[in-house]
Design a binder for this molecule. Structure first.
Ligand code: FAD
Length: 282
């Protein structure tokens, strides 16, 4: 199918893009187009105008100092290729590496993935586990949304109409912390049937002092596996934590994977992700 007709603009500045959005209630932002254009072709999205962000230099790039700041229009391929990111937070490249194929990674953007809030996307889980902050600009100025508040429901983020996600701020892991991402891919689409991101922090005595686990694919949105997090910190036991990984999660079932299978995958992948995160934590 072909999309409905639409107007197209490719502004050079963020302010021009914001103005276009506020003047056109039917406008939608275009990033890499790898989710939006397929949705337009099957008429699940019918924007009257596309505001293409590709020329806006201030939305691109990776900066690493006391924290990592990634422009929303930074592609997966740019994240994967960044030597500095590989050294300072290798779990980002590990996660990007299992997204789609090279064509998807060359065009798809971190901002597009997060704003789209696909329940089977990989980046939302990783950003939840890393406690990233989303910087957003809109008609009422700038605001920052914690990843924990950003993924509201299936294909629904906390972005308000007219808002643009501009930057993702990711804290660096402290000494004694490690992270890992594990994914069970759908054999046809390659999306996550379930994906699990884990961050583990060890205290001075080597005990687990903090832990964050985030799950994608299992439910309508990326979500934290709080029961498993608490189990790992209280018992230090990997098996105890993995056994509780699906407890309290909002689960979905479909023709490919039942709720029970997704719960099972969540437990298995949590065990694997925690094991590797604990090894990396030292
Ligand atoms: C064959 C294929 C395989 C894929 N496999 C995977 C996979 O394994 N894992 C995975 O996670 N994803 C996968 N994807 C999806 C891919 O990651 C998309 O690129 C991504 O989800 C959307 O990013 P995009 O830059 O293409 O955004 P677009 O498609 O351009 O936009 C998506 C949505 O976000 C909005 N948007 C985009 N940028 C912004 C912004 N800065 N501010 C506000 N709103 C914004 C748009 O208006 C639109 O509603 C796959 C896609 C394809 C086609």
């Amino acid at each position: 199918m072909y999309p409905n007709n639409f107007e197209y603009a490719a502004p050079a500045t963020l302010q021009e893009a914001l103005d276009l959005l506020s003047q056109n209630a039917e406008a939608k932002v275009l990033a890499g187009g790898h989710s939006l254009l397929p949705m337009m072709k099957i008429r699940l999205a019918n924007p009257g105008m596309l505001v293409d962000l590709r020329k806006i230099a201030e939305l691109k790039g990776i900066q690493v100092d006391g924290e990592i700041r990634v422009g929303a229009m930074t592609t997966y391929a740019e994240l994967e290729r960044s030597e500095e990111l590989r050294q300072r937070l290798p779990v980002i490249a590990e996660c990007v590496n299992v997204i789609g194929d090279p064509a998807v990674r060359n065009r798809g953007t971190i901002g597009g993935s997060l704003a789209h809030a696909d329940p089977a996307a990989d980046m939302p889980a990783l950003m939840l586990a890393l406690e990233a902050q989303m910087r957003v600009r809109g008609p009422n100025g700038e605001r920052t949304i914690a990843a924990a508040d950003f993924f509201v429901d299936m294909l629904q983020s906390a972005l308000e109409p007219g808002e643009i996600l501009t930057e993702i701020v990711i804290p660096l892991l402290p000494q004694g912390a490690g992270a890992a991402y594990e994914k069970f891919k759908h054999p046809a689409s390659g999306y996550a049937v379930v994906g699990v991101a884990a961050v583990v922090q060890r205290g001075d005595g080597g005990q687990v002092s903090a832990c964050r686990i985030a799950v994608t694919g299992a439910g309508p949105r990326a979500q934290r596996a709080r029961a498993a997090e608490e189990a790992l910190v209280s018992s230090g036991n990997l098996e105890d934590a993995a056994a509780k990984a699906a407890d309290g999660l909002d689960l979905i079932g479909d023709a490919f994977a039942s709720e029970e299978f997704r719960a099972h995958l969540t437990r298995v992948l949590t065990r694997r992700a925690l094991k590797r995160a604990m090894e990396r934590a030292g």
